[in-house]
Design a protein around this ligand. Structure first.
Ligand code: 5AD
Length: 355
């Protein structure tokens, strides 16, 4: 096949995905492996049209509160893995967290995302107390948790305490690939089981994966797309892998913005109404990364509401965007940047339409 034939084949697959929302595994592999800049441009045009059809030019914001960087896990890619003795560990108190929410609420946030490492200090009792306090003080807000793998019973208790959404990236579908990114105690199957449990309980679920993680192949990404189709989550978070200097993957190459935005476009076509963030990691590897993400079909941004003094400690990867800007200042910044490309930050809860 000539390069021109390949480009036509990929473009035809993009059209097929847009129309039918279904591709075979081999087609996913082709659409990813054989992509060209012209095919990508075509994809972004379609993805934008689909996004605008469902969501107009609105961008939803979620206030991210990174409330603990203690973690029992030792993921090979992550800067807050337990073996990183140089990480400066911190935990926010319930009062600190509520203060973040108050500040966020004043700024127009109606979703709070409590994200943290898998920190044993936050027992069900402590976490439920925090969730129910936020629920009582902010009845009109969505509470999203992102605290890793827990038991069915624990997820249920947190849901009953008032949490309504949960983010847990599956990281990679393939067991073997998963095994190359994680220590043997962790498994892809357990992680997926957590996602099914969360769904069953009634959470709106977000999953996702890193793009360009070590040893990742187009086949792995194809499996990730098939998994997304099967799980049908309300939200999908993807971002480039970025090496962290104090991890086993310090010298591994990072993922690219180019492939990340391409995958965003594909996800928009696969799950037309999904909530799709232009992530901090994407904004970290490319100055205009978040704009590119929005223009490829993303519709969510998750600004940091954590107190300025702890932001520099929640470092999953190197060079993370964590300006000293106050939350208000950075929100204004973001608003201006998005207006420049014709999009508007909105304050609605932005519940996914497909639940
Ligand atoms: N580069 C990019 N993303 C990372 N994450 C963790 N470490 C890194 C890294 N080095 C992502 C994982 C996790 C999410 C909270 O952050 O996908 O699920």
């Amino acid at each position: 096949m000539t390069p021109n034939d390949r480009e036509q084949k990929v473009t035809a697959l993009i059209d097929k995905l847009c129309l039918t929302r279904k591709l075979k595994r081999s087609e996913w592999v082709t659409i990813i492996r054989e992509r060209t800049p012209a095919a990508a441009e075509h994809l972004f045009e379609l993805a934008r049209a689909v996004r605008i059809h469902h969501y107009g030019h609105d961008i939803y914001i979620r206030g991210l509160i990174e409330f603990t960087n203690y973690c029992r896990n030792d993921c090979y890619y992550c800067g807050i893995r337990k073996s990183n003795a140089n990480a400066l560990r911190y935990r926010l108190s319930k009062e600190d967290i509520l203060t973040c929410c108050e500040e966020g609420y004043r700024l127009g946030f109606r979703t709070f995302v409590l994200q943290g490492g898998e920190d044993g200090w936050f027992t069900d009792e402590r976490l439920c107390d925090i969730v129910s306090s936020i629920r009582a003080q902010f009845p009109d807000c969505a509470i999203t948790l992102s605290v890793g793998e827990r038991s069915y019973d624990s997820y249920k208790r947190l849901y009953d305490a008032g949490a309504d959404r949960y983010l847990l990236r599956h990281e990679t579908y393939d067991e073997k690939h998963y095994g190359r990114l994680h220590p043997p105690q962790l498994s892809a199957s357990h992680r997926k089981q957590c996602l099914w449990n969360l769904k069953k309980i009634g959470y709106q679920v977000g999953t996702g994966f890193m793009v360009g993680s070590p040893y990742q192949t187009p086949e792995n990404l194809a499996d990730d797309m098939l998994f997304l189709a099967k799980l049908n989550p309300q939200m999908v978070g993807i971002g480039p892998f970025i090496p962290h200097h104090e991890t086993p993957f310090a010298r591994m190459p990072g993922g690219t913005a180019e492939l990340t935005v391409y995958m965003l476009g594909l996800i928009r076509l696969l799950l037309p109404r999904v909530l799709l963030p232009a992530t901090t990691a994407l904004g970290t590897i490319a100055e205009d990364g978040r704009e590119k993400g929005i223009l490829a079909g993303a519709n969510v941004i998750m600004p940091n509401l954590s107190p300025a003094q702890v932001r520099k400690k929640y470092l999953l990867y190197d060079n993370k965007l964590c300006t000293g800007d106050e939350a208000a200042e950075s929100l204004n910044h973001l608003r201006e940047r998005m207006e420049k490309i014709g999009y508007h930050i909105t304050v609605s809860r932005g519940d996914s339409l497909n639940i």
